[in-house]
Design a protein around this ligand. Structure first.
Ligand SMILES: *[C@@H]1O[C@H](CO)[C@@H](O)[C@H](O)[C@H]1NC(C)=O
Length: 216
């Protein structure tokens, strides 16, 4: 299924996931929400920022902050999908989700349901190139692509610590899907000239996840 020439393999870390789908539910009352897959990549099934019952995140809250159980911020599902689909680990600050207040005076939480899907997962270091490839008449279906940096270790070899520090540099992109979806193979360069520069001074990488499917 996956082909990388030996020179490309140096620049890209990859693995092929074969485990079955599991389902997870995460509720965050404040601060940060963390989604992760031990194997496979994240596929967000549904997400809610608001309140739909009185029990969730109710500890220490006055009752009047729990009364409204029909509160939901539109767009939360799309935002979670954009930020997290196709990643092994996805951390987001609730402040990033709270683009507006759907119900003032009500205490809100972020609830996300996701599964871990088998996928080919690639990290392509900045300035290098990789080929996405499907065999047997199958075509590429992108789960997600993100150009930036979300941890200190990926693509860090011989790089100064100061260029690895910004791990909040997430820039989900549709560019890869637009040029690769439906094709049996495609080459991608991880460059600012292709994706823009989401964090100047930081060494970046392109994180890509995809599967191979028979065309419909
Ligand atoms: C997540 O799944 C649970 C259990 O199936 C369900 O009760 C809940 O409403 C779901 N949450 C969202 C945000 O869809």
């Amino acid at each position: 299924m996956l082909h990388l020439s030996s020179s490309l393999l140096l620049a890209a870390t990859w693995s092929l996931m074969t485990t079955e789908v599991s389902s997870e539910r995460v509720v965050s009352c404040s601060d940060v929400q963390r989604l992760s897959c031990d194997s496979g990549v994240i596929s967000v099934q549904d997400a809610l920022y608001g309140r739909t019952d009185r029990q969730t995140c109710s500890e220490g809250r006055p009752p009047q902050q729990l009364l409204n159980t029909a509160c939901s911020l539109p767009g939360t599902f799309d935002l979670l999908r954009t930020r997290c689909d196709g990643k092994r680990v996805c951390e987001l600050n609730i402040d990033d989700v709270r683009t507006s207040d759907p119900c003032a005076g009500t205490f809100k939480y972020l609830e996300t349901n996701y599964t871990c899907l088998p996928a080919v997962h690639l990290n392509i270091c900045e300035h290098s190139e990789a080929e996405l490839n499907c065999e047997d008449g199958q075509v590429i279906f992108l789960y997600g692509a993100d150009y930036g940096r979300r941890d200190r270790t990926t693509c860090s070899y011989r790089r100064p610590e100061s260029n690895l520090r910004d791990v909040l540099c997430s820039s989900p992109t549709r560019t890869v899907a637009e040029s690769c979806n439906g094709r049996s193979s495609c080459r991608i360069r991880a460059e600012n000239s292709v994706f823009g520069d989401p964090c100047v001074g930081t060494v970046k990488y392109l994180e890509v996840s995809y599967t191979c499917q028979y065309p419909v």
